[in-house]
Design a protein around this ligand. Structure first.
Ligand SMILES: [Zn+2]
Length: 696
C-alpha cells in the first residue's frame, strides 16, 4: 500500500499490479464485473466463450481479492456472490433432492407377468397394484415450502432439471398454496401435457403465422415449458396430472393409493382413471380397457403405469440403476392402420425442397379418414423399402400429418414398382432442371432460382393474409402472373399495370382494378409484415416482429452482422447465419432495393415522426428482469420513442434501467454515475416524453 501507480480505467488489474487507492479499486472492480458479465453473456447466451475457464476463474479471483481488500465496495449483485460463479439468464439448473427416475417398459401381457414374477421373487409379502394412465408429456416436480409453491423443476436428466416456476404457475390446475400441508416441505410430481384440442389450435396458429408446427403434443408441452415468457405459456393451456408425493423427503402414506387420494383432496390434479387392482389379471383388463378408449381422450397416452401399491413393498423391491423395480410402464401399441400405397407426389416447397407425400387408399385411423401421409424424404423411403402398390402401415401419434412407418412385405404380389426420385424438378415443367441434394441434407432441392413452383409458393406466401395481405392474389392469379412472365419476384408485383393484369386470362377490368388497389394498399403493410412476407429462412411472424422492433428498418437489418442477430433473444446462431446469407444474396438485395424504390414501407412507423424525436439520441442499457415488460418490449418502446438500447454501460449511457437481479451493469452504472431507472421510472419517462412531444 505504498505507491499509487494508478491503472488506466479501461485496463484490468492483474494480480501482480493490484491497485491501491480506493478510486483505483472502485474502477478496477467495475471493469472486472463488466468483463465477467461480458464473458457470462458470451458463454451462456451466445455459447461462444472467448476465454478459457481458467482465465475466467482468474478474473473472478481478482475481483474476489479486491472485494476482500475493499469490502465496502463489494456489491450484492457481484458475480462473486452467485453460487457456481457463472449466472445464467436462461433457466436455472436445480438439483432434485430425490432423483426423478425413468421407468422400464414392457410391451406385452407376458412381459408384464414376468415383471410381476420378479417382484414376487424379491418380496414375499402381500401387495396389490395401482394402475394409472401413462400421460405422454413431461415430468415436473413441484415444491411447496410451508404450503406455498416455491419451485417447479423439470425432470432434466433426472438429477438436475430447469427451474420453471413462473411457467408452472400459469398452469391453472396447479395449486399455488396448500391449505393443510402434512409437512413444511412438500414435493408433488406429475406429468405436464398439452390437451390434443389445444395442440391442434396451437399448431394451426403457428402455421398461420409461418412458424414451424410442433411434431406432437409432448414436444409442444416441452417446448412451451421452456419459453421465457410466462404469458405465452399461459395462453397455451397446459394441463397436469400428479402422481407422486414426498413430505420432508419421504413418502408420507403407507400406500400409493392413499397418496393419490391425498393429492386429490389437497387440490392437485389427479387423473380420474387411476384404479386399484388386486391381481395382475385386473391390471391386464385395465390396460386393455384403457388402450381401447385411447383415441377418445383429449390427451395423448402411451401406456399404463403399473405400481406396487404398498410403500413397504416398494422399499423392499428397491431400484435399479435407472428405474424403480416396483413400477413398470406397459406400453400401448401405436395407433396404426394398413392401407394401399397408390402413388407418391413430390411437392416443391417455397425454398425448393422436395417432399414425398404418400397417396393412400382412404383408411379410417384414430378418428379421421387418412388419404395422404408423409414419407419425409428419400432416406425414409429407402429405410422402409416402400414400393408403389405396397400395403403400408400408417401411424398417427397425435401428429396432424400421419406417417408411413412400415410395409407389409408378406403381401407383395411382385407387381409393386419402386419409388423413383424424379431427376428433374416437377415444379419446372418448361425447363430441364436437375434436382440437387446438397451434402448433409436429407432433401432434394430445385436449384433453379426461377423455378416457377418455388416462385408461386413464395409469392403466395408474400400475399398471404398474415403477410402483405393482398386479397385476390391467390394460387390461380399467382400462377397466371408467373406463367405470363410478368412477375419473377415479389418486387415485380409493384411494377404491374392495370392493363397487364386485365389482359390475364379470365381476369376482367373490375377484378384487375381490385387487385391493383390491393397491391397498392399492401405497400403500407409495415416492416413486421414485410420481413415475414419476404420468406427469409427461419423467419416466421414472431422472429419478423423481433427483427423489426430491434432494427427498425430494412436498411438497418441489412447492415446487421451475424453477431447483432445472435444478440436477439430467440435467434440462435444457425438462424442468424441463414438470415445473414439471405440478406447478402445479390438477387435478394436487388429485390429489396426495388421494393423500397416502389414505395413499400420498409421502416417501423408505428409511432410517427413526432414521437420518434422524444428520446432522440438517448442511450439506454437494460439489466435484470423487469416486473412487467420483457426485454424486447422495453427495447421496442425505447426505440419507438427515438432512444437507443445498447448492451454495455459506458460514459455515453444516459439511463440504466434496472430490474430484478441486475448484473454487473448496475455497479458499472453507479461507478460512472449514470442515471438509474426502474420500470416505473422508464414508463414515466416515456409518458413524460408523450406530453412534451410536439403534437404535430
Ligand atoms: Zn423447380
Amino acid at each position: 500500500m505504498s505507491t499509487s501507480s494508478s491503472l488506466p480505467p479501461s485496463d484490468l488489474p492483474s494480480s501482480e499490479s493490484a491497485p491501491v487507492t480506493r478510486d483505483d479499486a472502485r474502477q478496477a472492480m467495475a471493469a472486472l464485473r463488466a468483463e465477467i458479465a461480458r464473458h457470462d453473456e458470451l458463454y451462456y447466451q451466445r455459447h461462444a466463450p472467448v476465454i478459457s475457464d481458467y482465465d475466467y476463474d482468474q478474473l473472478v479471483k481478482r475481483l474476489q481479492a479486491l472485494e476482500a481488500a475493499f469490502p465496502d465496495l463489494a456489491t450484492l449483485d457481484s458475480p462473486t456472490q452467485r453460487i457456481g460463479g457463472r449466472p445464467s439468464e436462461g433457466f436455472k439448473p436445480v438439483a432434485h433432492r430425490i432423483r426423478m427416475m425413468s421407468l422400464d417398459n414392457v410391451y406385452s401381457p407376458d412381459e408384464l407377468r414376468e415383471w410381476e414374477a420378479r417382484c414376487r421373487r424379491i418380496y414375499d409379502g402381500a401387495f396389490d397394484y395401482v394402475a394409472e394412465l401413462k400421460i405422454d408429456g413431461l415430468s415436473l416436480s413441484l415444491r411447496y415450502a410451508d404450503g406455498l409453491l416455491t419451485e417447479a423443476v423439470t425432470r432434466g436428466d433426472g438429477t438436475t432439471g430447469d427451474l420453471v416456476t413462473e411457467n408452472a404457475r400459469t398452469i391453472r390446475q396447479i395449486p399455488l398454496r396448500l391449505t393443510n400441508p402434512p409437512a413444511a416441505d412438500i414435493e408433488a410430481r406429475g406429468e405436464v401435457y398439452l390437451p390434443l384440442s389445444a395442440f391442434q389450435r396451437l399448431n394451426a396458429a403457428l402455421e398461420a403465422e409461418g412458424e414451424k408446427p410442433f411434431v406432437n403434443p409432448r414436444n409442444a408441452a416441452a417446448g412451451t415449458m421452456k419459453l421465457l415468457d410466462p404469458r405465452i405459456v399461459a395462453s397455451r393451456r397446459l394441463g397436469m396430472f400428479c402422481y407422486e408425493l414426498f413430505a420432508n423427503g419421504a413418502k408420507p402414506f403407507e400406500t400409493h393409493w392413499e397418496t393419490l387420494e391425498w393429492l386429490r383432496q389437497a387440490g392437485f390434479p389427479v387423473n380420474p382413471h387411476a384404479r386399484r387392482c388386486a391381481t395382475l389379471d385386473e391390471v391386464l383388463a385395465y390396460c386393455a380397457e384403457m388402450e381401447s378408449q385411447r383415441a377418445a381422450r383429449d390427451y395423448d397416452t402411451d401406456g399404463v403405469v403399473v405400481k406396487v401399491n404398498q410403500v413397504r413393498a416398494q422399499e423392499e423391491l428397491g431400484v435399479t440403476a435407472k428405474a424403480p423395480r416396483w413400477a413398470v410402464a406397459y406400453k400401448f401399441a401405436p395407433m396404426q392402420a394398413t392401407t394401399r400405397l397408390r402413388g407418391v407426389t413430390w411437392q416443391v416447397g417455397r425454398l425448393g425442397a422436395l417432399t414425398p407425400v404418400a397417396e393412400l387408399e382412404p383408411v379410417f385411423l384414430a378418428g379421421t379418414t387418412v388419404t395422404r401421409a408423409s414419407l419425409h424424404n428419400e432416406d425414409q423411403i429407402q429405410r422402409l423399402d416402400a414400393r408403389l402398390g405396397d400395403r403400408v402401415i400408417v401411424e398417427k401419434s397425435g401428429d396432424i400429418i400421419p406417417q408411413v412407418v412400415g410395409v407389409v412385405a408378406a403381401e407383395r404380389t411382385g407387381a409393386e414398382m419402386p419409388i423413383v426420385v424424379p431427376e428433374l424438378c416437377p415444379g419446372c415443367p418448361d425447363r430441364q432442371v436437375r434436382l440437387v441434394r446438397p451434402a448433409g441434407e436429407v432433401a432434394w432441392r430445385c436449384p433453379e432460382t426461377r423455378c416457377p413452383t418455388k416462385l408461386c409458393q413464395s409469392l403466395q406466401h408474400f400475399a398471404a393474409r398474415t403477410a402483405m395481405d393482398i386479397e385476390g392474389l391467390g394460387e390461380a392469379a399467382v400462377e397466371k402472373l408467373v406463367r405470363e412472365g410478368l412477375v419473377a419476384d415479389c418486387a415485380d408485383l409493384y411494377a404491374l399495370t392495370t392493363e397487364q393484369v386485365a389482359a390475364l386470362e379470365r381476369l376482367g377490368d373490375k377484378s384487375a382494378q381490385n387487385l391493383m388497389a390491393q397491391i397498392e394498399r399492401s405497400k403500407t403493410a409495415g416492416l413486421e409484415r414485410l420481413l415475414f412476407a419476404l420468406g427469409i429462412p427461419d423467419v416466421g411472424r414472431r422472429k419478423a416482429q423481433l427483427l423489426a422492433q430491434r432494427f427498425g428498418s430494412l436498411a438497418a437489418l441489412a447492415a446487421a452482422s451475424e453477431e447483432d442477430l445472435v444478440a436477439i433473444r430467440d435467434i440462435g446462431p444457425l438462424t442468424a447465419r441463414r438470415i445473414r446469407e439471405w440478406l447478402a444474396d445479390d438477387r435478394n438485395q436487388q429485390t429489396l432495393a426495388r421494393l423500397e424504390a416502389a414505395g413499400v414501407v420498409t421502416r417501423l412507423e408505428k409511432t410517427g415522426p413526432a414521437a420518434a424525436a422524444r428520446l432522440a439520441g438517448k442511450q439506454f442499457v437494460l439489466t435484470g428482469t423487469l416486473p412487467t415488460l420483457t426485454r424486447d418490449e422495453a427495447t421496442a418502446r425505447i426505440e419507438a420513442a427515438g432512444g437507443r438500447v445498447t448492451s454495455a454501460v459506458s460514459k455515453k449511457t444516459d439511463y440504466v434501467v434496472i430490474g430484478d437481479s441486475p448484473g454487473s451493469k448496475l455497479a458499472k452504472a453507479k461507478a460512472l454515475g449514470v442515471a438509474l431507472l426502474d420500470e416505473a421510472g422508464l414508463l414515466a419517462l416515456l409518458a413524460e416524453g408523450d406530453r412534451a412531444a410536439p403534437t404535430a
